[in-house]
Each structure stands twice: as structure tokens, then as C-alpha cells.
Design a protein around this ligand. Structure first.
Ligand code: ZN
Length: 385
């Protein structure tokens, strides 16, 4: 519920008090920041992003990932759950952002380490153990045949991965495409569905399985967009909100004529365009059925612009049938629940002071998230372009 004329009292990075101005006593000497005319929400939490994927050749991957987290934050994304493939050495960037950790303020990072793959129980168990040793937040697997082009991880193997993840008390997040795999993974104990079910309409069985353990479902609709949009030059590349803060080398790469021709002619681009329709209709069905939807984009790889794609994702969620308020809850309160982070996602006493201020209320019209004016993470203001 929005509060008019509100005051948020922040101390040591956390919210100490919050309420209407006449109910919050300000300590003597407190620094006051006026947000007059702005509308404040908790910072956006991306439950499925990636960092450092394009940094492989970089001399300093940690610096690269830090820069990506700074960009996410400039777009109002204050926490990123990176679902695997982070470069080595970035574990030190997990979580801590208050006080600002020897660098510019940035988004919080959670990570999965290497995406567990393998064809024998011994191999996958060893990989889960290595990731656990590295101190990851999640174990990630992919159960997909990439439109019939690659072998899919077998149920025997993914069951073993899930068992071993749980042995380390780590939750399991699963990339998938097919309804039947969702059912198998849920029965095996998977803790997060990391993409939309995109081959067919969801049914009562999968809804029951999701609801039974309150497993969160991450639509990543923009991931589908990125698979076909660059068959031409999409209109969003000219969006000033993107252009103001974009890795221009990526824009050049996706606008390359030879690459566009290849995407335009590709079977998989067509298939993923159709998959987006299925994904949007499934999102509507699952949301109506009360399944907890966790906001996520799969941003990070080439052409999935970190920060910007999160705003596009919110719009696509609303286009799918969610209200702006439901989309925002999915990206804040519910995302925090899905990540088991009771210290994030809601503006209330005791939680981290991660919030975004907009010139127009995003709960009235979701495209108002592009009026983003100011962002704080752990009480640190992010400087925006
Ligand atoms: Zn991903």
C-alpha cells in the first residue's frame, strides 16, 4: 500500500523507521534527502540474471562484474541472482554492499558457480561439491535439448544433482523448456523453475506441484525476445532509456547485417518467437492459480541488456495479464521470498535500504518504471547517468 508524504529513516544501510512524515521521529542531526514528487518502491530483484559472461577475455573479470553490478543498480536492479557461469574470483562480491565495499555502490550479487553438467553420477556429485566449496548460493542445472539439437540431462542424473545440492543445504534452480521436465524436476525436489514452460499449456498437475512446496517460477520472457528480435533492428535499441546507459559494443554487434540475416533465417528464432506466446499465456495461468512468480530476465549474455531488460520484462509480464502491482511484487517482495532473503524486497523496518524512486507511479502504469530518478542500495545512493 502506498504511503503519501512518507519518510524512510535509514541507519547503517538498513531501514530503521518508515511511515507518514507525522509519525516518524527524525533523530537530531540526521541528513535529510528530499524525494518530493517521487514514488518509491523497493529495488528490483532479478532472480535470474548472469554476470561476467562476456568478461572471459577481460584482464580483470572481477572489475568487469563489478561494473555490470553498478549498471544493474543504475537501472534500479538492486539484487541480481546470477544463475551460473560467473568467472572465478567473483565470490568476494557476494552480498556485501554496506558500507560501500571499496568501490562504487552496486547491486548485490548471489551466484551459482558452474552450471552442473555431466553424464555420470560421480561427475555431477564432484561438480556440486566443488561449487559448494566455492561458497555458492544455489546449484544450477539445465534440463533441455535446445529444440532437439542436444542431449538432455537424464532424470537419473538430475535427481542425483538435487540430492547432492540438498546434502549441502543448497537450493536447486533448474533451466527447462518442457512441461514434462518441469513435472519430473518438481517431483525430484527442484526448488526454483528458472524459465517459462514453453512447449505447451501448463496443466493442473504442474500447478499442484508448484503450489505444494511454494516453488517459485521465473518467466524470463525477455530471454525469448532476445532469441528472435535481432533478426532486424528492434525499436527498443532506439529507446533513450537504453541508450543513456548501454554497452555500445553489444549494440553494434547485434546490429551487424550478417548476424541479423542469420537470426532472421534461423529456425530457432522462429521457434522461440512461438515459445514466447506460450510462455506469456502460461504466466497468466500460473499467476491466476496463485503460483509464486519470481521476476527474472536471463540478462547478461550478448544483446540481453543488463538493467534495461528488467524494465522490458516488467512490461511483458503486464502484457501477459498481470497487473502492474503484481509484476512489481514479483520483482520485490516475492523475489526476496524466492531467494530466501528476509532482509530484502520490502520497505520495512530492519530490512536493507534498497529502493528506487520514480517520477511517475509504476503501479499506475508499468512503463513508468522508465521514469526512474534515484536508486539506493544499502543506504548508498547510486549515481545515475
Ligand atoms: Zn540463464
Amino acid at each position: 500500500m502506498p504511503i503519501s508524504d512518507a519518510v524512510i529513516l535509514v541507519r547503517e544501510g538498513r531501514i530503521q523507521a518508515l511511515g507518514p512524515a507525522n509519525e516518524v521521529a527524525l533523530p537530531i542531526g540526521a541528513t535529510q534527502v528530499s524525494l518530493e514528487g517521487l514514488f518509491v518502491t523497493p529495488g528490483l530483484i532479478n532472480v535470474h540474471g548472469h554476470v561476467g559472461g562476456l568478461a572471459a577475455a577481460s584482464a580483470d573479470p572481477v572489475q568487469e562484474v563489478r561494473a555490470e553490478l553498478e549498471r544493474y543498480a543504475r537501472f534500479g536492479v538492486t539484487t541480481v541472482n546470477s544463475q551460473g557461469g560467473e568467472p572465478g574470483g567473483v565470490q568476494g562480491l557476494r552480498h556485501a554492499v554496506f558500507p560501500s565495499d571499496a568501490g562504487a555502490p552496486r547491486a548485490r550479487l548471489l551466484m551459482a558457480g558452474s552450471v552442473v553438467a555431466g553424464t555420470t553420477p560421480e561427475a555431477v556429485v564432484a561438480e556440486v561439491d566443488r561449487n559448494a566449496e566455492r561458497g555458492v548460493d544455489w546449484i544450477k542445472i539445465r534440463v533441455d535439448d535446445n529444440l532437439g539439437t542436444t542431449p538432455k540431462m537424464s532424470p537419473e542424473i538430475y535427481r542425483r544433482v538435487i540430492e547432492q545440492a540438498h546434502e549441502h543445504e543448497l537450493p536447486l534452480e533448474a533451466h527447462l523448456f518442457y512441461l514434462e521436465d518441469a513435472k519430473g524436476l518438481l517431483a525430484a525436489g527442484a526448488d526454483l523453475i528458472a524459465h517459462s514452460i514453453r512447449d505447451q499449456a501448463v496443466d493442473a498437475d504442474v500447478i499442484t506441484a508448484l503450489l505444494e512446496r511454494d516453488v517459485c517460477y521465473v518467466p524470463t520472457l525477455t530471454r525469448e525476445v532476445s532469441a528472435f528480435a535481432y533478426g532486424e533492428t528492434p525499436a527498443f535499441l532506439a529507446d533513450p532509456f537504453l541508450a543513456a546507459d548501454v554497452d555500445s559494443s553489444q549494440v553494434e554487434e547485434v546490429m551487424e547485417p550478417a548476424r541479423q540475416a542469420q537470426v532472421a533465417a534461423s529456425e530457432s528464432a522462429r521457434a522461440y518467437r512461438a515459445a514466447l506466446d506460450v510462455a506469456q499465456s502460461n504466466l497468466d495461468s500460473l499467476s491466476n492459480a496463485g503460483v509464486r512468480i519470481a521476476f527474472g530476465t536471463d540478462s547478461g549474455p550478448l544483446g540481453r541488456f543488463q538493467g534495461y531488460f528488467e524494465h522490458m520484462e516488467l512490461s511483458l509480464m503486464v502484457e501477459s495479464g498481470l497487473t502492474p502491482e503484481e509484476a512489481l511484487f514479483s520483482a520485490t517482495r516475492d523475489a526476496a521470498i524466492c531467494l530466501d532473503r528476509g532482509d530484502l524486497g520490502v520497505l520495512e523496518e530492519g530490512r536493507w535500504a534498497d529502493f528506487a524512486a520514480f517520477a511517475a507511479a509504476p503501479w499506475d502504469d508499468i512503463s513508468n518504471t522508465k521514469t526512474l530518478a534515484r536508486v539506493w542500495v544499502g543506504g548508498n545512493e547510486i549515481s545515475r547517468p
